[in-house]
Design a protein around this ligand. Structure first.
Ligand code: ADP
Ligand code: MG
Length: 578
């Protein structure tokens, strides 16, 4: 094919691809425009995960009627004059391509009234073409309505994740901005449901509670550091609260949300050995730095920045975080059990009754657990069964040593117990799962995205021995938990499950069930470090012998190492070593 200049329409769709990847990108660009316009109030309405409608209205400075058409043209901006301006950008936008890009892949209505104008104006652009223009009466400010996103690029639509995921992206995005701009009043309505509302009273702690729930707000530590011209503020989680991924680490640099691996690493390093391997803090940190010390023009969606002196910024972040962690001395926590007397049939072998550690302040988490891979027991026979084993003893309070007709077995007590519980649970499928009522139902709240995830999975949870109900807003109430979790913190158990649900973007329902069960079993299983009596050791091995897949835990890790007689003989030079 000969080289040709692309048609305008194609070129703008390609450009749009960089800016508008998904509905949340539209929300981000429109919200940023409203912030640049000095708005005090920003209202967002989203329908059908943003595919049908994203509407953002503000009370900002507005756009002059005669410039409306220009606002949706490519490379048209009021925020930049010359190339030098690029190095002192104080606005979120500067490329003048967001509205044009969005307009090329949707039907975009732009209505605006400038501060001193008598009347407002409205234009409608579809697939980049102007289809209507008229005067309208509206209050000062701007309203942008984006309908039928990607109607002319069906491939984009196909690449979108599930509605739940796209919706969560939007809630997470707006939540972050709400916290970054505590002086602005945000309201987000998704499918006619208000999912987020901040008061704009310029109080970050208050926003944290409004948006992320009062539980988290109470726990988070405040960060504040002034280092010459660098200012760092925000919140970080205390040592006892962590996540299995970095997704809840948020940095804003000069009011701009950036995903910067260097900043995250600086933060994580500041926790040093305080967190277990594979665990990450929750953090929302806001870095302010003179604009000429940071290049914001290095990423198509402006999600990355480059610092002139990155090390200095990283050091400041570390100092700020360490100082906040040090200033906080944890109060000892008493775990008072509030259980009704046990009148239920436990699924746990009575010999195990005392084997649980009731303390879940620091749940035992194994590093590197493969998310989303739950090894379900095979339905086919013959099974991978074990021979009868004779228990010899326990090593390092973590492994059992046993002897069988074919050699020596080293058994990981935690993994083995997980497997035993998992199969017991699976056998109960369809039957009533033994569960235990809490003496006092406990209420807790979650960040909005986690709340919507939990809401969508309540039924599954309740099928497996929980009784968790939606309590309005982002709050839930736990009334019962599976009997095998008795004595443990019910809220921590539910939270751990929600974290699992969030791990995977579009888990299959069957996988979710298996994961709920695997997670419950993991919590209930004896931990490494627990000394087991001879009776308990024997009971565990007996139960394991009865399992269909005794050799792996529900997450697919081995439960045992087998040293065959043959191997032992070879290793000791008794046979076949020539
Ligand atoms: P950029 O933000 O990079 O300038 P955009 O395409 O997002 O580019 O917006 C183009 C122009 O439209 C902006 O420079 C601004 O002048 C105007 N504009 C867009 N949204 C708003 C708004 N909500 N309030 C006031 N002006 C706006
Ligand atoms: Mg913009």
């Amino acid at each position: 094919m000969p080289i040709r200049i692309l048609a305008d329409e194609v070129a703008s769709q390609i450009a749009a691809g960089e800016v508008v990847e998904r509905p949340a990108s539209v929300v981000k660009e429109l919200m940023e425009n409203s912030l640049d316009a000095g708005s005090q109030r920003i209202e967002l309405r989203v329908v059908n995960a943003g595919k049908d409608l994203v509407e953002v209205s503000d009370d900002g400075c507005g756009i002059p009627a005669e410039e409306l058409r220009l606002a949706v043209a490519r490379h048209a901006t009021s925020k930049l004059n010359s190339a030098e301006d690029l190095f002192r950008i104080e606005t979120l936008g500067f490329r003048g391509e967001a509205l044009a890009s969005i307009a090329s892949v949707s039907r975009l209505t732009l209505i605006s009234r400038e501060k001193n104008a008598e009347i407002g104006k409205k234009i409608v652009v579809e697939g980049g073409k102007l289809i209507a223009s008229e005067s309208v009466g509206i209050p000062v400010g701007t309203l942008v309505r984006v309908e039928n996103l990607f109607f002319n690029v069906p491939a984009r639509l196909k690449f979108l994740k599930s509605d739940l995921t796209e919706k969560n992206q939007i809630v997470q995005l707006v939540s972050r901005y709400t916290l970054a701009y505590p002086q602005v009043r945000f309201r987000l309505v998704q499918d006619d449901k208000e999912v987020l509302h901040s008061h704009g009273r310029n109080n970050r702690r208050e926003v944290l509670a409004q948006v992320y729930g009062s539980d988290l707000a109470k726990q988070m530590l405040e960060v504040e550091l002034e280092d010459e011209d660098i200012h760092i503020a925000g919140f970080i989680s205390p040592v006892g609260v962590s996540r299995s991924n970095r997704r809840e680490i948020t940095f804003f640099v000069n009011g701009r949300w950036v995903q910067d691996a260097g900043l995250s690493t600086a933060l994580i390093q500041a926790y040093h050995t305080l967190l277990m391997v594979g665990r990450y803090p929750i953090a929302m940190l806001f870095v302010e730095i003179p604009p000429d010390l940071v290049d914001v023009n290095v990423h198509p969606a402006k999600a990355e920045v480059r610092f002139r002196d990155a090390d200095r910024v990283f050091r400041a972040v570390q100092r700020a975080v360490k100082r906040a962690l040090l200033a906080y001395s944890p109060a000892p926590q008493l775990n008072t059990p509030n259980w009704q007397s046990s009148t239920f049939d436990s699924v746990v072998d009575p010999a195990w009754g005392m084997a649980h550690d009731g303390d879940v302040a620091q749940p035992a988490i194994e590093p590197g657990e493969p998310a989303g891979q739950i090894n379900q027991q095979p339905v086919h026979l013959p099974t991978d069964s074990l021979p009868l084993l004779r228990v010899i003893g326990q090593v390092g309070a973590a492994y059992l040593v046993a002897e069988g007709p074919d050699g020596l077995y080293l058994i990981d007590q935690h993994a083995a117990h997980e497997r035993v519980l998992f199969e017991k649970f699976m056998r109960e499928a369809g039957k009533e799962i033994p569960s235990q009522a809490l003496l006092h139902p406990q209420t807790f709240d979650l960040p909005p995205q986690a709340a919507s995830v939990l809401q969508s999975q309540l039924e599954v949870l309740n099928r497996w021995g929980f009784e968790v109900e939606y309590f309005g807003g982002n709050a839930f109430r736990v009334r019962r938990i599976p009997a095998i979790l008795s004595g443990m913190d019910p809220i921590a158990a539910v939270r751990a499950l929600v974290e699992d649900f969030e791990e995977d973007e579009t888990p299959l329902q069957t996988e979710i069930e298996a994961r709920v069960i695997a997670r419950v079993c993991k919590r209930a299983a004896v931990k490494a470090g627990q000394i087991l009596s001879g009776e308990e050791q024997a009971a565990l091995v007996r139960d394991l012998e009865r399992c269909q897949s005794p050799r792996t835990c529900p997450h697919g890790r081995p439960t045992m190492i087998h040293l065959s007689v043959d191997l032992l003989e070879r290793q000791f030079g008794r046979r076949g070593s020539r």
